[in-house]
Design a protein around this ligand. Sequence first.
Ligand SMILES: [Zn+2]
Length: 409
Amino acid sequence: MTNSGKGQIGNIDLVKQLNGAVVYRLIDLEGPISRIQIAELSQLAPASVTKITRQLLERGLIKEVDQQASTGGRRAISIVSENRLFHTVAVRLGRRDATITLFDMSSKSLAEAVYSLPERSQDALEVSLLQAIAKFIDTYQRKIRELIAIAIILPGLVEPEKGIVKYMPHIKVDNWPLAERLETHFSVKSFVGHDIRSLALAEHYFGATRDCDDSILVRVHRGTGAGIITKGQVFLSSNGNVGEIGHIQIDPLGEKCHCGNFGCLETVAANAAIEQRVRTLLNQGYPSKLTLDECNIGAICRAANRGDPLAVEVIEHLGRYLGKAIAIAINMFNPQKIVLAGEITEATKVLIPAIQSCINTQALEEFRTGLPIVTTELNHQSAIGAFALVKRAMLNGVLLQQLLENQTS
Ligand SMILES: [Zn+2]
């Protein structure tokens, strides 16, 4: 169940894993598809395709469906992936709670619950988190056919291969081997990832960037973070962490950031900073329908959409700074799409034009021409990033191979 042998994975095993992944991926993405088409597209020998599809069928991971006429006039049986028999427990660990969602393999959410987790030490948090997951599994047991993985996303720094948490913004952690703890406790393959990077991957599999291989997702919430997808993969350094767009300096004379520098983007682009700016302007007597009592991000966005001058000013001000940082990211990565996420996306009518006007003057013409700026399609599914980690492990063969070898897990 552990990864301990992974370093010495044999060539034959690796080939098996990769070939299995190629076949499964084609079926999952292109299905219904015939064995002949799989062989053509994968360039695997027809006998290999037959063997792999037999294993996948026996394991229940794919199923045969109605026949389709092949080009030669003969009829061939088509195959699709079987999504309903396999389940994932996906967790979004926040600063005070955990949102836990049960997904089937089609990314359909079957159940969701939020558990309060106020603990402020690694050990206490681990105990409570494991208890919350156990309780969730117990509560929704009858919906689960086969639990194939548990995945957690969280704010902070994660070593993605081993699922070790190196840093969290609100508690002190010491190389927290969270994936290993989950695997020991629940005897099921487990994954841990960074929340925004994982959300960018989810957007690529199930959301706004399904149709492109290179994209940047920017989310504003407590701060600003980015997830960069290049060639269909999450862009990471060997240190694991990239995309700290929130700490690009956008104003040398700006506020002090919690990172120690001054004028970072997230001193402006964070829900609390946006709300504070509205409060300050209201106190200075700027006319607005907003009141000091009703000064939350949702109300501000709705007011901006209605044309409230103060709310519009605040969102445009935010858009100009966000746009500046996004233009830098465009010049660096030349993406095919920019995705915005977070509560601010409710104010798209005002926000996107403000961002766009910065991009038009600060990003290379060749990079910005025809570049769509869109909003997330996954706004209300906070744990879907965790499910994306499991989906990836199926598509790249890591989890798929384990399922094939372990019939009774
Ligand atoms: Zn900073």
